[in-house]
Design a protein around this ligand. Structure first.
Ligand SMILES: O=C(O)C(=O)C[C@]1(C(=O)O)C=C[C@@H](O)C=C1
Length: 340
């Protein structure tokens, strides 16, 4: 890992391939051994003893992820990273203390890459933060909306402004982050291209704001995860959420039975996401007449509203373990109850 001239962490050999192969095993807690031990719940937002937490985010200054990092850790030093993977690596290599990464958006949906990286790395989810994303259409000074032939931004941001951009009739070009798009059009003094980014990015890169609030719905919220090397100690006197990932055998009703372990205990699920099991994406079975059938194999990521400190949640996961071929707790952490 290296830092470029802008102070942005970049993967040293181009795209790093993460922490190595995934070991699949049925375990309630896949936590790696940790010399420092788990943090208390108060650690979620502190910067104790005057020490400024270093918090990695993906993108350049002016990216929404930087603002989310500042919301999660108000006194932190936010550290820009080129890729999501670089942010994971930076925490693992102890270059930074935390990472704040987007996981889903109310309009654009899931950021799948971060689910895959959560599984590939050994970081723990220690919190979540919701951030209200207000997109602006930016351009160089003097450029008008009717001059725009293309608009650059992060694919999520482009998806969140789909209707507006379709109305303007511009070509959409995906880049790594919103602030990077703003910087690019400013640096190259483009006269026919705009960027979808924050008002802060306009200020930082000296661009004009052609339109404010161009997202397809005024309520546009991105949920970010706070990641650390050690888990926090879950409690029961605060609203907590737990994130898990599991896989199941093939067969009728297996997912129904797996999810029933929560319904039976009146535990509310807030999210379910399935992803291909990239280490072994196909399951091959005999079709009964000497032929072979190939099924896609999946990992299920589930968030539920309970703390791992509660017997109810422990019993549910004990029950799920009987059905799952693999189970890992990704984190048990305070829910963000704010309106964003
Ligand atoms: O490009 C940025 O500014 C980011 O912070 C990334 C990101 C994302 O990955 O979803 C974060 C929030 C918004 O939903 C749009 C983009």
């Amino acid at each position: 890992m290296a830092s470029n001239h802008d102070g942005v962490f970049v993967a040293s050999n181009g795209r790093s391939n993460g922490a190595g192969a995934l070991e699949l095993r049925a375990s309630l807690d896949d936590t790696p051994p940790d010399v420092a031990g788990p943090k208390s719940v108060s650690d979620v937002s502190d910067s104790a003893n005057g020490y400024r937490l270093r918090v990695a985010y993906q993108g350049l200054p002016g990216a929404y992820s930087e603002a989310a990092a500042a919301k999660a850790y108000p006194d932190c030093e936010a550290v820009p990273c080129e890729l999501f993977e670089t942010a994971f690596d930076a925490v693992e290599c102890m270059l930074v203390d935390r990472a704040v990464l987007p996981i889903e958006n109310s309009l654009g949906g899931t950021i799948h890459r971060n689910y895959d990286l959560l599984l590939r790395h050994n970081l723990h989810i220690i919190g979540e933060v919701k951030y209200a994303v207000r997109h602006c259409l930016l351009a160089n000074s003097g450029v008008k909306k009717e001059n725009l032939k293309r608009v650059l931004s992060h694919p999520q941001a482009l998806a969140q402004c789909e209707n507006t951009l379709a109305k303007i009739g511009v070509v959409r070009e995906a880049v790594d982050d919103t602030a990077g798009a703003a910087k690019f059009i400013a640096t190259h003094k483009l006269q026919d291209a705009g960027a979808v980014a924050s008002s802060l990015a306009a200020e930082i890169y000296g661009l004009d704001i052609l339109s404010l609030d161009i997202q397809d719905d005024p309520d546009n919220i991105t949920r970010f995860l706070m990641l650390a090397r050690e888990p926090i100690i879950p409690v029961t006197h605060k609203p907590f959420k737990t994130s898990i990932v599991f896989s199941l055998e093939e067969g009728p009703g297996v997912l129904f039975k797996a999810l029933a372990v929560f319904a039976l205990r009146n535990i509310n699920l807030t999210k379910i996401e399935s992803r291909p099991k990239r280490t072994k994406p196909l399951r091959i079975t005999d079709n009964g007449t000497n032929g072979r059938l190939k099924y896609f194999d999946y990992l299920f990521f589930v968030d539920f509203e309970a703390s791992m400190a509660s017997p109810n949640a422990q019993n549910a996961l004990g029950h799920l373990k009987e059905l799952a071929t693999f189970l890992r707790v990704l984190g048990s952490y305070p829910r963000d109850m704010s309106e964003a």
